[in-house]
Structures are given as structure tokens and as C-alpha cells.
Ligand binder design. Structure first.
Ligand code: UT7
Length: 317
């Protein structure tokens, strides 16, 4: 089997919805400012005692059900997150335990908002190398736990959720190409300074929003060109853009670059906010389940985030 192909998708959003109207009551902002600048109306927030692995579990169960596979056939778990339950063990191991799967490799991958693209590329390479046949790939983040809810310059962006796919070895075409990049010289522009070995500075997100915005737009334009060129495709060959949901204005800019109307762009940012590694698999699952994305269509996924990291995946669904 030469290819890796998505067999099924799943996603999960916490029950609690935090609207812009509620934020108006706690910080100096307006629904109009948030919606005009970001396209966000509301976001979901994890409950007390609810962790990233709990969201990942719900999304994974739905992806497994949609794929119609025996859960024990999963032979790799890759989980992208910036908000693990614990310092260790990995959230992937906690998810493995909750699913009752034993003895397959399971690890977390940290590439912030590009996490799902990185995780999918990693699983694709495992499968193409013959090291796995059936991978569970998850993007899950509880960004509300690392957000300073008094900082209006970025708290309005973030939300919580999880998305998952089952990626299987296949004779049919699936993932066509993956493109991953990073440039650590920009580490300070979007970060949570305090970690584990470094116990100094803020424990919540610091972002130079406007500079990050400009970098994201230019970088995503370039990766769209690279991805099309690597596959010998024209812009018009792409059926759906499933982008990382950072800000509607970034999505609109990439759509313009592709000469694509916004009704071919899967947009969830209005209801989900920016869920970091979860945003692409959440959007993919929404559009697969509502019947927009159909088997055989060509999908471009792209993301940009802290690091900086960025990347794309081109696939036949
Ligand atoms: O997913 C990972 C990558 N992350 C991103 O891609 C995020 C990229 N950045 C963004 O999405 C945008 O930069 C933000 C939405 C975070 C901010 O929008 P902006 O258009 O870049 O606004 P700004 O930071 O340049 O601020 C413009 C004005 C400022 O006021 P003055 O100095 O012009 O008087 C801010 O103080 O808007 C003010 N402002 C606000 N006003 C009302 C900033 N935040 C708010 C707010 N409500 N929440």
C-alpha cells in the first residue's frame, strides 16, 4: 500500500459557550470590534476538571466510529497539543489508556497552531515508511487555560476543542504531499514564556498580534504556491480550503490568493474561535459531516502559529 488516506473524522467542543457579549462585561471591548477584526462571535470553554485528554477522547471515539474500524487495529497515536494534561506522561498516552488500546506507540507533538498539520504529516510518513497501518491523529487544545482573560489584545481569539482523524494505509490516493516549516528566530513574537525548565515570566499567552498577522498572511501565501507547484496543480484544482482558524481576515486573504470564493473555504472561526491544534480537524469534521466535503475531492489544509511554525497538507479526501 503506497498511500495514506483519511478513513473518518470526529470532533468535540465543550458545552460552555462564551459569547462576545459576555466578554463586553469583563473587558474593555465590543462585539462589533471583535467580529470586525477577527470574525469571532463565540468560543467554547472547557469545564472545571475537564482536560485536553477528555476532549481528545470524545473526538477520537467519533473518528473511530466514522471509520468503522476495530479500535485494536490502531497502531499509532499522534496527538498535537500545546496544553497537555500533565508535564508527563504525554496526553497521547493518557488518551491511549482511556481508549483501552495497548502497546502501540503514542506521543505528543508540539507545534502550537500548526500542530495538526505537523501531526498528520508525521503519521503520513510513518504509514508510507511501513511503520504503521492505522494511525489516530488528534489535535486538541484547552487554550482558555493559558489565556489571560484580562488581556483584551488577544484573549478574544482563543477557544477550546478537539478534532481527530483515522489515517489508514491505502491503495487509493489520499495525502498527496505535506510541507512543514519552522523559524525559531520569531519565538518571542507569540509565546507563553514560562514552561517547565524555565519558571520565569508570564504563564499566559503573549502575542505581538499585528506583526504575527502580517507574517501569517505572507507566509501562507507562499506555502500555497509551494504546495500547488510541488503537485503540478493549478489554483482551480483545489475543491476546498480547510485552513487553521486564526482570524477571518487571514482566511479571506488566503482565499483571495487562491482565487477561491469564501463558500469553498470551511469557516468555523465565528463559532469556535482559534482552537490552535484543534481548529483544522474540527473544521474538517464539520464539513465532512454536513456533506460539503465529499470523497475524491481535493483539500488544502494550511496553518501558521507560534515558533514560528507553518505547514500545509494537500490530499484527496
Ligand atoms: O493562530 C496563531 C497565529 N495567531 C494569529 O494569527 C493572530 C494574528 N493577529 C490577529 O488576529 C490580530 O492582530 C488581533 C485580532 C489579535 C488584533 O487585531 P489588530 O487589527 O491587529 O489590532 P491591533 O492590535 O493593531 O490594535 C488596534 C487597536 C488598538 O488601539 P489604538 O492603539 O489604535 O488606539 C488596540 O488597543 O485596537 C485596540 N484593541 C481593542 N479594542 C477593542 C485591541 N484589542 C481590542 C479589543 N477591543 N479586544
Amino acid at each position: 500500500m503506497k498511500h495514506s488516506r483519511i478513513a473518518g473524522t470526529g470532533s468535540y467542543l465543550p458545552e460552555r459557550i462564551l459569547t462576545n457579549a459576555e466578554l463586553e462585561r469583563t473587558i474593555d471591548t465590543t462585539d462589533e470590534w471583535i467580529f470586525t477584526r477577527t470574525g469571532i462571535r463565540e468560543r467554547h470553554i472547557v469545564a472545571e476538571g475537564q482536560y485536553t485528554s477528555d476532549m481528545a477522547l470524545e473526538a477520537a471515539k467519533k473518528a473511530i466510529e466514522a471509520s468503522n474500524i476495530d479500535i485494536q487495529s490502531i497502531d499509532l497515536i499522534v496527538l498535537a497539543t500545546t496544553t497537555p494534561d500533565r508535564t508527563f506522561p504525554s496526553t497521547a498516552c493518557l488518551l491511549q489508556q482511556k481508549l483501552g488500546i495497548v502497546n502501540c506507540p503514542a506521543f505528543d507533538l508540539q507545534a502550537v497552531c500548526s500542530g495538526f498539520v505537523y501531526a498528520l504529516a508525521t503519521a503520513d510518513n510513518f504509514i508510507k515508511a511501513g511503520a504503521a497501518k492505522c494511525a489516530l491523529v488528534v489535535g486538541a487544545d484547552a487554550m482558555s487555560r493559558i489565556t489571560d482573560w484580562t488581556d483584551r489584545s488577544n484573549c478574544i481569539l482563543w477557544g477550546d476543542g478537539a478534532g481527530a482523524v483515522i489515517l489508514q494505509a491505502s491503495d487509493e490516493q489520499g495525502i498527496l504531499s505535506t510541507h512543514l516549516h519552522a523559524n525559531g528566530n520569531y519565538a518571542d513574537m507569540l509565546m507563553v514564556p514560562q514552561g517547565v525548565s524555565n519558571q520565569e515570566g508570564s504563564k499566559t499567552i503573549l502575542m505581538e498580534g499585528n506583526a504575527v498577522f502580517k507574517m501569517a498572511v505572507n507566509t501562507l501565501d507562499a506555502i500555497v504556491d509551494d504546495t500547488l507547484a510541488a503537485n503540478g496543480l493549478e489554483k482551480s484544482d483545489i475543491d476546498w480550503l480547510v485552513p487553521h482558524q486564526a482570524n477571518i481576515r487571514i482566511l479571506q486573504s488566503t482565499a483571495r490568493k487562491l482565487g477561491m470564493s469564501m463558500d469553498r473555504v470551511v469557516t468555523t472561526v465565528d463559532k469556535h474561535g482559534n482552537t490552535s491544534a484543534a481548529s483544522i480537524p474540527l473544521a474538517l469534521d464539520v464539513a465532512v459531516r454536513d456533506g460539503r466535503i465529499k470523497r475524491g475531492e481535493t483539500i488544502l489544509m494550511e496553518a501558521f502559529g507560534g515558533g514560528f511554525t507553518w505547514g500545509s497538507v494537500l490530499m484527496k479526501y
